[in-house]
Design a protein around this ligand. Structure first.
Ligand code: 5GP
Length: 123
């Protein structure tokens, strides 16, 4: 299955990946960059992004290589552990498209934790 995709190379995360804009980096490897959200919604709020040009979760799942997908989810797990979130719990959010409220059109997950996060979806 292949999703038709267009990718906007001017999006803010593409610019962070190119080093044009700074970020508060928490980890990086060949496939993945993770950094703190500029407007944190919880004591821990980290964004994890693949280095490849994927617009959203559907694009990533359909078109990323096995190595990219493995590296991405291993990074999410590693970051949750490294920030002490695995005992108390945490939340992963991946917004996609207009209904999902996605602001930046480069696939990313939010890792949120460090407090009780309440209901999953607001009214
Ligand atoms: P989305 O709604 O696309 O899932 O979330 C995008 C996230 O990116 C938002 O939580 C927003 O605060 C964050 N963000 C937007 N611009 C920047 C930036 O320049 N630097 C960082 N670190 N985060 C950003």
């Amino acid at each position: 299955m292949t999703f038709a995709t267009t990718y906007d190379d001017t999006n803010i995360f593409a610019r962070i990946l190119r080093g044009e804009i700074p970020c508060d980096r928490v980890m990086e490897n060949d496939h993945v960059l993770a950094f703190r959200d500029i407007r944190p919604q919880a004591p821990v709020h980290i964004l994890v992004i693949p280095k490849g040009r994927y617009r959203d979760a559907a694009d990533f799942g359909a078109n990323a290589s096995a190595a990219e997908i493995e590296a991405f989810w291993r990074a999410v797990s590693q970051i949750a552990g490294a920030h002490g979130l695995t005992d108390r719990g945490f939340r992963i959010i991946a917004n996609a498209g207009a209904d999902g409220g996605q602001e930046v059109p480069h696939f990313h997950v939010h890792i949120l934790g460090g407090k009780s996060l309440g209901a999953m979806v607001g009214k």
